[in-house]
Design a protein around this ligand. Structure first.
Ligand SMILES: Cc1ncc(COP(=O)(O)O)c(C=O)c1O
Length: 397
């Protein structure tokens, strides 16, 4: 580490709440699918700011949309009708089967909105005294008190007691346990169709089909958290479209405005109507700047067929990783993914491999201690992924 980097790290430790174990790196420039550290070293970005910068960094079309909007109307609040927000809502609703959208500023806020809407729907529309939310082990839904309570990981809850009431977590993909957990107090079941933080673990089609049927039978809402999987990451606009299902409520956030903070919650009309004037809100959510940027993101996604590109590129990358697994079955336990949310699960602790990949100029995420999680910008091309696969195999060998 250089002296300059160490000095920066010291200042970071002194001035910022220490909630992140940071990578040994400070990024000083980001361009396309590349990041550059303070010494000018280039890295291939296989993380995209944790599934955020889907159209790469420093996209000039997006910058232009942002500047134009800034010079037209920058911020006025949700007290006004805002045409950019309405246009974006219409365009997003055109990509899915939902009827209404609520814009906010992050994934946790989108999930918080979903949880509030589910409870309010039960209380004010369905007329049922049902408030419980069931989630799955291993899930991640956010860091607010409600969403960390919903999250199926003990470590995010430590030290925050007392947690809000009315949440239950059941074992991953255990249908009997889920059935047992349901009562007349259950309002909703919330799931990620592919658990991202847990290391890209998909729910099986069979489980999801049963889940949908169960929700229907018991008149429980199904909330799908697409904060990480949404907007093209899996090769379709929404991961739930791979499963052929229509959630009652779903959420997204990360890539909506390609790096500006934005979240959204989608719902069917009969559920959305449980929100009325004043029942929920946000000062910044759906503001002109983020909406203009998100509109540009959607325009580019359509024009450049980004979903199709992500599907093809992801399939190709997964085939490369599967080949590595075949050649090194004792070192690679599993390869998983859909589109460009991918994981290479190692059979041994992965810290050293991760560090060597970083040294070789590849930034990815190590999760659960042995899973290399890859969430590259959706515009990445095959050559960068081939280079990564080659390096990974060399390190494994
Ligand atoms: C599936 C999922 N839900 C919710 C969140 C929380 O989103 P945010 O960090 O924007 O609040 C995340 C963040 O990683 C996520 O992956």
């Amino acid at each position: 580490m250089s002296e300059a980097f160490n000095a920066l790290k010291e200042r970071d430790l002194h001035s910022i709440c220490n909630t992140y174990a940071r990578y040994p790196l400070a990024i000083s420039k980001a361009q396309g699918v590349h990041l550059y550290d303070s010494e000018g070293k280039e890295y291939v970005d296989l993380l995209a700011g944790i599934a955020v910068s889907n159209l790469g960094h420093a996209n000039q079309e997006i910058l232009q949309a942002l500047v134009e909007q800034w010079n037209t109307v920058d911020h006025v609040s949700n007290l006004f009708h805002q045409e950019w927000q309405i246009e974006l809502a219409e365009q997003l609703l055109g990509t899915c089967d939902a009827d209404k959208v609520f814009f906010c500023n992050s994934g946790a806020e989108a999930n918080e909105a979903a949880l509030k809407l589910a409870r309010r729907y039960m209380h004010t529309v369905a007329g049922r005294d049902a408030h419980e939310i069931i989630t799955l082990d291993g899930s991640f839904h956010g860091r607010t008190l409600a969403t960390l309570t919903a999250t199926g990981q003990a470590k995010v809850k430590e030290g925050f007691d007392p947690l809000p009431e009315g949440f239950k977590t059941v074992p991953f993909m255990d249908m009997d346990a889920l059935r047992d957990a349901i009562s007349d107090k259950t309002a909703a079941i919330m799931v990620e169709l592919i658990q991202g933080e847990r290391g890209v673990r998909p729910l099986s089609q069979g489980y999801v089909d049963e889940l949908v049927a169960l929700c229907k039978e018991k008149q429980i809402l199904l909330i799908v958290d697409e904060v990480q999987t949404g907007l093209g990451r899996t090769g379709k606009y929404w991961a739930h479209q791979h499963y052929g299902i229509t959630p009652d409520i779903f959420t997204t956030a990360k890539p909506l405005a390609n790096g500006l903070p934005m979240g959204a919650m989608f719902a069917r009309e009969d559920i959305a109507k449980a929100f009325s004037f004043g029942s929920h809100g946000t000062t910044f959510g759906g503001g002109p700047i983020v909406c203009a940027v998100a509109k540009k993101v959607l325009e580019i996604m359509e024009r450049d067929q980004i979903c199709e590109h992500a599907a093809k590129t992801g399939e190709y990358a997964l085939s490369l990783f599967a080949d590595i697994q075949k050649r090194h079955p004792e070192k690679v336990a599993e390869v998983r993914g859909l589109g460009l949310i991918m994981a290479v699960e190692l059979s041994f602790p992965g810290q050293e491999i991760w560090e060597k990949l970083l040294e070789a100029g590849f930034i990815c995420n190590l999760t659960q201690g042995n899973i290399l999680r890859l969430l590259p910008p959706l515009i990445i091309d095959k050559t960068e992924l081939e280079r990564f696969a080659k390096e990974l195999e060399a390190l494994l060998a």
